[in-house]
Design a protein around this ligand. Structure first.
Ligand code: C2E
Ligand code: MG
Ligand code: MG
Length: 759
């Protein structure tokens, strides 16, 4: 049967937590990615700024170097007057300073150096233009572009030094450095990868630029025009460009944005390289290229985060599946009884209020029951087969009763609790249920009759407390008199007061036994033919320390229910044996009569019973022929096979066996044929009425006849009058036990009165 407990709260809680964590993670991921995007953008811009600074430093450095090279050039030229000598110096210079070109412009306007004459005119014109610079110093460093039309000189800076020879003639030393070469070297790679770097004059004319600049220039040699061409061409863009123009003279370095044609930005960094030489730098790039990079990083981060979230989702699913599986196991452990495979007591207590709530108008009974003598089923048939009976107790319930509205579970060992509908069908269902359990036990080859000791509590509408209902049904169960044939009791207020009495007795019994409060009383058995004593019956009396006496009818049924009777019966047997041993050892002379001891039906079920009796008797060297055992008739009805076996074994030991209270229960005379008793004790119920009815006398006659045939002695109990004695004599009765001849008396009194041989 698949037990369905509905959704489990703990799992849904874990799932809810997991989902919340997941949502938080997704949110955090978006924030994180947004963060990454911002940080990346900022850092990229910063690193560009850094690179622009480095690039500017590089250009400045080149200008400085140009000055140094010019100095060494000047030094080497000292003393060189002939053209050949000058040429030599230039060649050497160019060999050591790669990337630089050296010229010597003589006073006669003859240019010495690489491709000498080619630039004569240009140089002259250029020198005219720049002559203004020489008012203050004889060395200038300036972009070549503005002075030379030849492309060779474009993208270069020139170092020019004006000198005079001994004749007062001006000559010039010129060193040219190609800047476009510099702008495309490694230092600028990073910048070039995204935008372009240019060295400009204040008015925006480009002196030198990286290769990447060509695509922006579009034939335009002015940076501002180039930027304008790329911009949104609005007034605003124009104003922004004007601002750069203005700032470039006054600020060391700055950055700004200009709206571009795509509705995006052009990012611009600009500043001064050498104010005195009208050289500035400007680096710009389209924001969209940065955006593309940022986008790439953002997407990559997002994919990684998404992947992690997916891993997390997979983990949650895995955990969920694992939890579900272990939840099944937990449910099994928490709510399933492993022996019956049905629900357990925890589940019952949880579920009963729900059943009652859902069926408010239905009358219910709370049942609390156990299986009679289950301990012996366990011991005789083994745990596995006994467990089948426990399982059948639940399975049969599920078959007979309505599983939606009725429920039965095992509490522990052989204890069960059930809630059932108390309608007209209940009795018929209950009988079917009992039969089902018995059939199952038979199938498991268990011959022992399965009987339930049942306590019932009628649930009232106002009842709320499940435990209280169960307790009340349990109180009813405990009140069942196991010696009677009705093993069912319904809770009533009397039960509680009885329970209290039972509790009081149970709480005292062990201590009382130790204190010797259980005493042997003996009632004589009389031979009515010889009119003399022939034996006695040992009967227990509980005489408490305060002197009050409790009779067996008040405690024997309780001891039979709780099992203490086993201890008590052996105690009585042992005390009797001790007494007999004492009598043998004393100097006085005694007659020994056979004394009978009552043995509860409960004892029979103990597999060691016969062995224990033998041990006890042998321990005190008791004469086996002087002990009789009385076993009540009711028992045989239940367990005839067992009885035949046990009585047979006891007889083998040499003990005499009596069937007690014959005629009080349901036994038939036939039993006497099967169970080898020596003595039949006829119950006092037969003689309760002062005049014995005709029917009783017919039965009695038959009993005596049959007993004689079977060679069984008969003794009549409860004989109180002379008339009864006489009448019994007429039936052929030889032995009686009753108040007429003697009431039960303390053991010592009995010995003194009947056993002691007085000289
Ligand atoms: P029982 O074994 O049938 O014992 C006979 C009972 O009948 C005794 O009651 C006795 O006092 C009573 N009786 C004898 N003659 C007369 C009579 O003329 N008139 C009346 N009205 N009663 C008479 P008692 O001692 O109260 O014991 C009651 C039952 O308790 C016993 O019935 C026996 O079944 C049980 N019992 C007593 N002692 C023990 C014991 O040590 N072990 C066990 N297992 N059961 C015991
Ligand atoms: Mg008896
Ligand atoms: Mg009796």
């Amino acid at each position: 049967m698949k037990k369905n407990f509905g959704s489990d709260k703990s799992i849904s809680l874990i799932l809810r937590i997991a989902l919340t964590v997941l949502i938080i993670c997704v949110g955090a991921t978006f924030l994180h990615v947004y963060d990454i995007k911002n940080v990346f953008e900022k850092n990229t811009l910063k690193s560009y700024e850094g690179h622009v600074d480095t690039a500017v430093e590089e250009v400045k450095y080149q200008i400085d170097i140009l000055k140094n090279i010019m100095n060494s050039f000047e030094k080497n030229m000292e003393g060189a007057s002939l053209n050949e000598e000058i040429n030599d110096v230039i060649l050497r210079q160019e060999m050591y300073a790669k990337g630089y070109t050296f010229y010597y412009l003589a006073p006669n306007s003859v240019l010495v150096g690489s491709e000498e004459n080619k630039y004569n005119d240009d140089l002259y014109k250029a020198l005219q233009k720049i002559s203004a610079y020489y008012y203050t110093e004889n060395y200038v460093c300036l972009p070549a572009k503005n002075y030379f039309t030849d492309p060779e000189f474009c993208d270069s800076i020139l170092g020019i030094k004006k000198l005079q020879d001994e004749n007062g003639g001006d000559y010039y030393l010129i060193v040219k450095r190609d800047l476009s070469g510099i702008l495309n070297i490694e230092t600028f790679d990073y910048l070039n990868s995204m935008g372009c770097f240019a060295i400009i004059e204040g008015d925006g004319d480009v002196i030198a630029h990286s290769e990447t600049f060509n695509k922006y220039l579009s034939g335009n040699n002015n940076i501002y025009n180039a930027i304008y061409a790329k911009s949104s061409k609005t007034n605003k863009a124009q104003n922004q460009i004007n601002l750069i123009k203005k700032n470039i003279y006054s600020e060391i370095s700055f950055s700004t944005k200009i709206d571009d044609e795509n509705g995006d930005n052009l990012l611009v960094y600009a500043g001064e390289i050498s104010n005195s030489h009208d050289m500035y730098y400007l680096y710009f790039f389209e924001a969209k290229t940065l955006n593309k990079m940022v986008q790439g990083v953002t997407i990559r981060s997002f994919i990684i985060c998404l992947f992690m979230i997916l891993v997390m989702v997979a983990l949650i699913i895995f955990v969920w599946i694992t939890l579900n599986e272990s939840n099944d196991l937990i449910i099994k452990l928490a709510y399933i009884d492993e022996v019956t495979e049905g629900y357990n007591y925890n589940y019952f207590r949880r579920h009963v209020s729900q059943i009652l709530q859902n069926n408010r108008e239905t009358p219910y009974l709370m049942l609390r029951f156990d299986i009679m003598n289950f301990r012996y089923i366990n011991e005789s048939y083994g745990h596995d087969r006994a467990d089948k009976v426990l399982m059948a107790t639940v399975k049969q319930f599920e078959k007979v009763f309505d599983p939606q509205r009725e429920l039965c579970v095992r509490v522990n060992s052989d204890q069960f609790v059930a809630i059932v509908i108390n309608d007209i069908e209940f009795e018929e269902k209950y009988m079917r249920y009992l039969k089902g359990i018995s059939d199952n036990a038979n199938e498991a080859m268990i011959k022992y009759p399965i009987r339930l000791k049942m306590g019932m509590y009628q649930v009232r509408k106002e009842d709320q407390n499940v435990d209280l209902m169960i307790d009340r049904a349990n109180a009813a169960r405990k009140s069942v008199d196991v010696t009677s044939n009705n093993l069912t009791a319904t809770y009533s207020d009397n039960i509680i007061s009885n329970m209290r009495k039972v509790d009081a007795i149970e709480s005292e019994m062990d201590k009382s036994l130790k204190n010797g409060e259980f005493k042997i009383y003996i009632q004589p058995k009389w031979d009515i033919v010889k009119d003399e004593i022939m034996g006695g019956e040992a009967l227990v009396r509980w005489i408490k320390n305060d002197g009050s006496m409790v009779y067996p009818s008040d405690f024997i049924p309780i001891f039979e229910s709780n099992g203490f009777i086993e201890t008590l019966d052996f105690y009585m047997l042992e005390q009797l044996c001790i007494k007999m041993k004492e009598m043998r050892k004393e100097g006085k002379k005694y007659r020994f009569f056979p004394i009978s001891v009552n043995q509860s039906r409960v004892l029979i079920n103990n597999p060691d019973y016969v062995k224990n009796v033998e041990k006890t008797l042998k321990r005190y060297e008791t004469d086996f022929s002087k002990i009789q055992l009385e076993i009540t008739e009711n028992l045989f009805f239940d367990q005839q096979d067992k009885m035949v076996d046990v009585v047979g074994q006891l007889k083998k030991l040499g003990l005499e066996l009596a069937m007690d209270d014959f005629g009080s229960g349901y036994s038939s005379l036939n039993i006497l044929k099967d169970v080898p008793f020596d003595i039949l004790k006829i119950d006092k119920d037969f003689f309760d009425e002062s005049i014995i009815s005709k029917a009783s006398s017919v039965i009695l006659k038959k009993i005596f006849e049959m007993a004689e045939e079977l060679d069984i002695d008969v003794i009549c109990e409860g004989v109180e009058t002379k008339e009864q004695v006489e009448m019994l004599k007429g039936f052929g009765c030889h032995a009686v036990q009753g108040y007429y001849y003697g009431k039960p008396m303390p053991c010592e009194e009995f010995i003194e009165k009947y056993c002691l041989i007085k000289e």
